[in-house]
Design a protein around this ligand. Structure first.
Ligand code: BEZ
Length: 212
């Protein structure tokens, strides 16, 4: 099933390294990050899961629950986490879903047959507390993802949910933001952006990040 932005993230029940997970129940009121890796005991995946584990405090601070998935079984995942601890210097502190029946991979369209017909690609689904898919990223097996970018996307989603702003190219938390072109009433502008703004073009207005 192809998932589009704004769709409800499909619910599922599946085994994981932390026991059975009922996805929507497990998410509760949190944001969710569901990401697939092609295969256990592979080098790029090993570095990705280690780095993600090291970011736990960053995900916690943003109220994001992290869940990895691959088509391997729980026994395999449990053996592999030992290697991740040994080589990446961190325990894996989030569950890894086991998806040998491809239930989750199929629900989230994580297997792209023209890339590989049995293994998942590197998909990322950003899911908000209403269980809506808010952003997705897809990389091939040979390209490890940038998890600092993943945190940056979460920061942008959470900021733009809370304030009437958009985030410009290469924005990171604390940088100036953009006032959407749809806001034109000067009184509304003044109340929403009390720190002021710079108008480079009528459609390009820059303001300090409102919550900083
Ligand atoms: C890796 O994680 O290194 C990997 C996994 C599957 C195919 C290619 C690379």
């Amino acid at each position: 099933m192809t998932l589009r932005l704004g769709d409800t993230a499909p619910d599922f029940t599946q085994q994981s390294t932390a026991g059975e997970i009922h996805f929507h129940q497990w998410l509760g009121d949190s944001w969710g990050l569901l990401f697939s890796h092609p295969k256990d005991f592979t080098p790029v995946c090993t570095t990705e899961l280690g780095y993600t584990a090291k970011l736990k405090s960053e995900f916690d601070r943003r109220h994001v629950k992290v869940l990895a998935v691959s088509v391997d079984a729980v026994d395999s995942h449990n053996q592999w986490v030992g290697d991740i601890a040994e080589t990446q210097g961190t325990a894996v502190n989030f569950p890894i879903l086991a998806d040998p029946d491809r239930k989750v991979s199929d629900l989230y369209d994580m297997i792209h047959p023209n890339a590989n017909d049995t293994l998942t690609v590197r998909s990322v689904f950003f899911i908000d507390p209403k269980k809506k898919v808010r952003a997705t990223i897809t990389y091939p097996a040979s390209t490890g993802r940038n998890f600092d970018e993943i945190l940056r996307v979460i920061d942008s989603l959470q900021l733009t949910d809370g304030y009437s702003v958009a985030t410009p190219v290469n924005w990171k938390d604390g940088d100036d933001v953009i006032i959407p072109a749809s806001i034109t009433d000067p009184a509304v502008m003044k109340s929403k952006f009390p720190k002021g703004w710079r108008e480079l073009k009528s459609y390009l207005r820059i303001t300090p990040q409102p919550n900083k």
